[in-house]
Design a protein. Structure first.
Length: 276
């Protein structure tokens, strides 16, 4: 069995994850705390018999903890739904906590009253269509913005768009009016004009260079060319004749073959054929 006094001494003089210390008073963040204060009577951990009221999805419930269920944390709290009528809900609390401490019963009723007033205000605000306040997470938004910038830089979206536009322009797909980015399209068009101008300038320069050439007849040059050609032919012939024969060709001998022709009237004649 747990000893409530020992538990409270550890929580009060030691460490508690639910405790919030201030200069004037200590508060408790436990969801089952009845008053929200950190003291001996309000602590849900240091009391074996404890009761509180909670709100879940617009409904109020009475949670009761007894010493007989302390050994089973899963079944420690008994959940009792309270009636929507405020008077009947108070009667339910009196019936369930009939032999309990009067201070505990009074605080449970007080908490029920606060929760019902909160629910009434929520319903009125929904009917008035007031703007809903949403928490802004600046750190998360800043992190997402930096990630998006890095992703855009890595993807080179603008360069890919320009390349795709240039390819489509070359293929002639843009024949009508389209919704496109005018800046990237103008940039691609300017680059295309510059490339076409450079190609035209290169062609004109090549034509001018060809026109500048003058053909002059020089008999000495012709004679020199003929001499070079004759020398090259002589060299090729020397290479052909100077090449030694393989040993297989030297060992090969000539073979004599005899071919006979048969005729009906004349006698068969023989003819020698010399083969290589």
């Amino acid at each position: 069995m747990q000893n409530d006094e020992v538990v409270w001494q550890i929580i009060n003089h030691g460490f508690c994850s639910f405790k919030i210390k201030t200069t004037n008073q200590n508060f408790c963040r436990n969801e089952y705390n009845l008053t929200g204060l950190c003291n001996r009577s309000s602590c849900p951990l240091a009391n074996s018999n404890y009761a509180t009221v909670r709100e879940e999805k617009g409904k109020c419930y009475l949670f009761v903890k007894t010493a007989e269920r302390c050994h089973t944390p899963k079944l420690m709290w008994e959940k009792i739904e309270l009636d929507k009528n405020y008077g009947k809900a108070l009667e339910q609390i009196d019936q369930e906590l009939e032999h309990w401490n009067k201070w505990m019963v009074h605080k449970a009723k007080q908490r029920l009253t606060k929760l019902r007033q909160m629910l009434i205000r929520i319903r009125r605000m929904k009917l008035q269509d007031l703007p809903e306040l949403v928490p802004v997470k600046k750190k998360a938004e800043r992190r997402e913005r930096t990630r998006e910038k890095k992703a855009e830089i890595a993807a080179h979206i603008e360069e890919n768009i320009e390349k795709e536009l240039l390819e489509r322009l070359k293929m002639g797909t843009y024949t009508g009016i389209y919704n496109y980015n005018p800046k990237s399209f103008e940039k691609v068009m300017n680059q295309r004009e510059i490339v076409s101008e450079n190609e035209e300038e290169e062609e004109e320069s090549e034509i001018e260079e060809e026109d500048d050439y003058e053909f002059v007849y020089d008999p000495n040059e012709i004679e020199e060319d003929e001499e070079e050609l004759s020398e090259e032919e002589n060299d090729m012939e020397d290479i052909k004749f100077s090449r030694p024969l393989p040993p297989e060709a030297k060992a090969r001998k000539r073979v004599n073959l005899e071919i006979e022709y048969e005729e009906e009237d004349a006698a068969p004649s023989k003819q020698k054929v010399r083969d290589f």
